[in-house]
Design a protein around this ligand. Structure first.
Ligand SMILES: Nc1ncnc2c1ncn2[C@@H]1O[C@H](COP(=O)(O)OP(=O)(O)O)[C@@H](O)[C@H]1O
Ligand SMILES: [Mg+2]
Length: 493
C-alpha cells in the first residue's frame, strides 16, 4: 500500500472506482459501479440483505473524505444497533492513506482522517441531523427513518452546492414516506437529480442461490420477498405516531425503590418482565394507577418504574426482581413474565421465589404471540390516545416505542416489533406486558385508608403468617381483583 505512485493517487482522487480498487484493495462489483459512477444528486437503493449497499456507500463516503480535505459526511440510521454496525463496517474499510481515528461516544461515532475530513454517524433521534451541514448525507435503513427527520434535514443539505445524498433500505413504508417516493421517482424517471436501483440479494456474487433457496423455505413468503427480493409487500409502518407519544410524556421522575418510603402510597401495581437473550437487556416495567381519574371517571395510569439490565445472569436478574417485588418492594397485583425461549424456566423460578418471599402468587406467565402483541400494543395505543397512560422521559422506552414497526402480511397477521437490525425492544415488550392485567380489570388506586403492616398479621412463624394472610385475602377476594398490595405495607379499603 505504501508503493502508490503519484499517478495512482491522483486517479484515485478523481474516481471512486479506482479509489476502491487501488486504495481500499477491493474492486466494486458491476451493480455497485453504476451507483458509484452515477452523477445523480440523490441516489436511492431499495435492496435485499447482503446486496452490497454498505460497501458501496462506504466507498463513496471514504472517497469523498479522501479526495476533498475537510469534507464532512453524515451517516444517519434509524436505531443505535444499525448505526453502530454500519459505522464500524465503513471504518473497517478505511486503510492506507485513508486510515483514520475512530471515536465512539453515546451520541456520535466519528471517523477522522488526517486531512481533516470527518465521518459522523448518528441515529435519527440526534438533533445534529436536523441542522446537518454536510457534503454527503447517507441515510441507511431509510424505511425506518421518520418522515419528519427527513423533512427537517433535507432542505439544509439540498441547498448546499455540490452536496450528495445516498439513501438505502429494504422496502419498508409506502407512498407518502420519502424513501418510497424518492425510490419510485428515481426508478420511473431517473435524471441528474434522482436515480434509483433495485437490488435483490441475488445481485451479489457472494449470495449463493442454493443457500437462498433454504432461506426461502424456512421463512414466511412476505418476509423473504421483502428482505431478500427487496419487493414491497403488505402494509408496513411505524406503530405509534410520535406526536401521540409526546402528548403523554411527562417530566415526572421515576420511583426509586432504594429510597426509604418511596413506594408508600403507590398502591398495587402491575409489571412486565422481559428476559434478555445474549445481546439485549432484561427489562422490568411497572405501571400504577393514578389517584385522580380522568374527566370521564376512567382510571388513569402511569409508568412509574423501569429497569433495564445488560450483561446480567438470569439468577442475578431474578434476585433483583425479588428485591423489587418481594417484601418491602412493589406491591404487584400481577407481574407478567414472558415465557418465550429462555423465559420459560426463569418465569417458573421467579414465581416460586416471589411466592416464598411474599406468600403471594403474582407471576403471570405470558407467551408473546403475534396475536397477543397486537392486543397489548393495541390496548397501549388506546390508553395513550385517551391520554390515560402517562409515560416518563425514559430514553429506552421512548426510543423503542417510536421504533416499533407493524407489518401486515398477505395472510392478514400483523407483526409488531422493533426490527432487530434497528435496535432492541426489551423495554417496549416489558411495557406492553405490564398492561396485560389492565385489560382484564382495572388497578385500584390507593384509597386513603388505614395502613396494615406485616406485624398486624404475621406471628412469629412465617407459615402461620402466610396462612393468615391467605385466609384474609381469600375472604376479601371478591372485593377487588387487583386490590391486594404486598404484605409489608398494605392498605385496607
Ligand atoms: N465489491 C465488493 N467486493 C468484495 N466484497 C464485497 C463487495 N461488496 C460487498 N462485499 C461483501 O459482501 C457482503 C455484503 O455486503 P454489504 O455491503 O455489507 O451488504 P448490505 O449492506 O447490502 O447488507 C459483505 O461481507 C461485504 O464485505
Ligand atoms: Mg449493510
Amino acid at each position: 500500500m505504501g508503493d502508490l505512485t503519484l499517478e495512482q493517487l491522483d486517479a484515485a482522487r478523481r474516481d471512486p472506482v479506482v479509489f476502491s480498487r487501488v486504495i481500499l484493495g477491493e474492486p466494486l462489483w458491476d451493480h455497485q459501479l453504476e451507483v458509484a459512477t452515477s452523477q445523480a444528486r440523490y441516489r436511492v437503493l431499495c435492496a435485499g440483505r447482503r446486496a452490497g449497499k454498505t460497501r458501496v456507500f462506504g466507498v463513496l463516503a471514504l472517497h469523498r473524505m479522501f479526495a476533498v480535505p475537510g469534507s464532512r459526511v453524515l451517516l444517519v440510521s434509524a436505531g443505535r444497533t444499525s448505526v453502530v454496525r454500519t459505522h464500524k463496517e465503513i471504518a473497517g474499510m478505511a486503510r492506507g492513506p485513508v486510515s483514520g481515528t475512530s471515536i465512539e461516544d453515546d451520541q456520535v461515532m466519528t471517523l477522522t482522517l488526517s486531512n481533516g475530513s470527518v465521518l459522523e454517524s448518528v441515529t435519527q433521534s440526534v438533533n445534529a441531523v436536523r441542522s446537518a451541514d454536510v457534503d454527503l448525507l447517507i441515510i441507511d435503513e431509510a424505511g425506518f427513518v421518520e418522515q419528519s427527520v427527513w423533512e427537517s434535514a433535507e432542505p439544509t443539505i439540498g441547498a448546499r452546492p455540490g452536496s450528495r445524498v445516498l439513501v438505502a433500505s429494504s422496502p419498508w413504508r409506502g407512498p407518502g414516506h420519502f424513501f418510497h417516493d424518492l425510490w419510485r421517482q428515481g426508478m420511473e424517471a431517473p435524471d441528474a437529480e434522482v436515480s434509483s436501483w433495485h437490488w435483490p440479494s441475488t445481485v451479489s456474487p457472494f449470495v449463493d442461490a442454493h443457500w437462498l433457496e433454504g432461506v426461502r423455505e424456512r421463512n414466511a413468503p412476505d418476509y423473504f420477498a421483502r428482505e431478500y427480493l427487496a419487493e414491497w409487500t403488505g402494509a408496513t409502518g411505524s406503530y405509534f405516531d410520535s406526536d401521540e407519544i409526546d402528548a403523554v410524556t411527562v417530566d415526572e421522575p421515576l420511583l426509586d425503590p432504594g429510597e426509604p418510603g418511596a413506594l408508600a402510597g403507590v398502591g398495587s401495581v402491575s409489571g412486565g418482565v422481559d428476559w434478555g437473550m445474549q445481546r439485549d437487556a432484561h427489562a422490568l416495567v411497572v405501571v400504577a394507577a393514578l389517584p385522580e381519574p380522568d374527566e370521564r371517571g376512567r382510571t388513569r395510569y402511569a409508568v412509574r418504574f423501569i429497569e433495564e439490565r445488560y450483561r446480567t445472569s438470569y439468577e442475578a436478574w431474578i434476585e433483583r426482581l425479588v428485591e423489587l417485588g418481594g417484601r418491602g418492594g412493589f406491591a404487584f397485583a400481577r407481574l407478567c413474565s414472558e415465557t418465550n425461549g429462555v423465559g420459560q424456566m426463569s418465569t417458573q423460578v421467579l414465581a416460586r421465589r416471589l411466592w416464598e418471599d411474599t406468600g403471594r402468587d403474582v407471576v403471570e406467565p405470558l407467551s408473546t404471540t403475534a396475536k397477543l402483541k397486537q392486543d397489548l400494543f393495541g390496548f397501549a395505543r388506546l390508553l395513550i390516545q385517551q391520554k390515560r397512560l402517562l409515560l416518563p422521559r425514559h430514553p429506552s422506552l421512548l426510543q423503542q416505542l417510536r421504533a416499533l414497526e407493524f407489518e401486515t402480511t398477505d395472510s392478514g397477521v400483523m407483526r409488531i416489533a422493533v426490527p432487530d437490525r434497528i435496535g432492541h425492544d426489551d423495554v417496549a415488550m416489558a411495557f406492553a406486558m405490564a398492561l396485560q392485567p389492565l385489560m382484564a380489570g382495572e388497578l385500584v388506586p390507593v384509597p386513603e385508608a388505614r395502613v396494615v403492616t406485616m406485624e398486624d398479621i404475621l406471628e412469629d412463624d412465617l407459615t402461620t403468617g402466610l396462612e393468615a394472610y391467605q385466609q384474609f385475602r381469600d375472604s376479601h377476594l371478591d372485593s377487588q381483583m387487583f386490590g391486594f398490595p404486598s404484605l409489608t405495607d398494605w392498605r385496607l379499603p
